[in-house]
Design a protein around this ligand. Sequence first.
Ligand SMILES: N[C@@H](CCC(=O)N[C@@H](CS)C(=O)NCC(=O)O)C(=O)O
Length: 129
Amino acid sequence: MVRTARFFASRAQSRSKAARAAPLDSASAHDHNWRGGNIILVAKVEVYTTTYCPFCTRAKSLLRSKGVAFTEIDVTDDDELRARMVEMAGGRRTVPEIFVNGKIIGGYDELRALENRGELDALLAEAPA
Ligand SMILES: N[C@@H](CCC(=O)N[C@@H](CS)C(=O)NCC(=O)O)C(=O)O
């Protein structure tokens, strides 16, 4: 995992300033997130949320601060969607629930802990299967 991230980092540094303004190759911005020119984040990130949820706000802020593109799925008024979230999250009922490449990360606390341990970037550098 770390090797992948390093590979991307060195590739990123070799690109010109003009090239850095655009995502790599012809892929969409969703496929190639960009953070400050030193890492490429390709993982598919999904965040299940509700409105008026401070932990959701914190999770989204953290992801945005890292330049991570993510899909937000608001389950506030959708019991069916929320039930699907609970099932996918292995019974966890709180929001947010965050998935990287379909794998459960947990809520904001778990996301923050991964970042604090320096493990989040490597996860985000993994392309979806
Ligand atoms: N430790 C969790 C706490 C999440 C949490 O308590 N979320 C609240 C909303 S901000 C929640 O889901 N409450 C229960 C509910 O809305 O059904 C995290 O970091 O994500």
